[in-house]
Design a protein around this ligand. Structure first.
Ligand SMILES: C[S@@+](CC[C@H](N)C(=O)[O-])C[C@H]1O[C@@H](n2cnc3c(N)ncnc32)[C@H](O)[C@@H]1O
Length: 217
């Protein structure tokens, strides 16, 4: 299995926090309030797992999947430091090889779908949505789609994304592409947009967490 983060994995969380002036860590945990103790949460492409540890600390049953051994090694270090006494199920695999029924109260994809070219992203997002219970949530945290404001504002939002995407294209072989419109994609996959939380940097919307609620039929 390909471990694109073997070289840069160690700095991933620190750099993300610095690059967003602390907004990315807030974005990653933004929707955990809609979970109750003993709910089931799946986190795809979990990385260092800040939201995994926080959810488990709140009594949620967490399953975390990542293709990178390096990222899971750093997640394990975070778990060890946290003194957590609720276990987290960690799966080192390609998410497309992971199979579940409609059994999760929430599935989270934080800064995960953006690493793929559009066609593969659609395949993975569709796959993830099949794990969500009817009435459950699909949560996506990522860079904001530049839609509102003037041309300069949108150029800043685009540049902010493309700088990060280029860095991880060079170091982890991630895709570089225009920012995806996750709310529209979720709607097309049988979800209603339940809530969107936005995270500002220097007064500008740069990150968002989108919560879609799965329709019953
Ligand atoms: C950009 S990082 C985001 C990490 C984390 N979600 C965060 O917000 O910090 C993308 C993560 O997805 C993982 N990943 C990439 N392709 C994957 C796949 N096919 N299946 C599972 N994990 C994958 C990478 O190893 C990496 O940890």
């Amino acid at each position: 299995m390909k471990d694109g983060y073997w070289l840069m994995g160690f700095q991933y969380e620190f750099t993300g926090s610095l690059y967003s002036l602390g907004q990315i860590p807030k974005c990653k945990v933004a929707m955990l309030d809609s979970l109750k103790s003993e709910d089931k949460l799946l986190i795809a492409g979990v990385g260092h797992g800040v939201e995994a540890v926080e959810a488990a600390r709140r009594g949620v049953n967490v399953t975390a999947v990542d293709i990178s051994k390096t990222m899971l090694k750093y997640m394990q270090k975070k778990i060890d430091r946290s003194g957590l006494n609720k276990p987290i199920q960690m799966i080192n695999n390609d998410i497309l090889e992971v199979k579940y029924g409609q059994e999760f109260d929430m599935v989270i994809a934080n800064y995960f779908l953006n690493v793929f070219p559009r066609e593969k992203m659609l395949k993975i997002l569709t796959h993830l949505t099949t794990f969500v219970k009817p009435g459950g949530y699909m949560v996506i945290g990522d860079f904001v789609l530049p839609k509102e404001g003037g041309a300069l504002y949108k150029s800043f939002q685009n540049a902010y994304w493309y700088i990060a995407a280029t860095l991880y294209c060079l170091t982890a072989d991630n895709a570089v592409h225009p920012i995806y419109d996750y709310p529209e994609l979720l709607k097309s996959l049988n979800f209603d947009i339940d809530e969107i939380k936005r995270f500002k940097m220097l007064g500008m919307d740069c990150h968002w967490s989108i919560r879609g609620k799965k329709r019953s039929a």
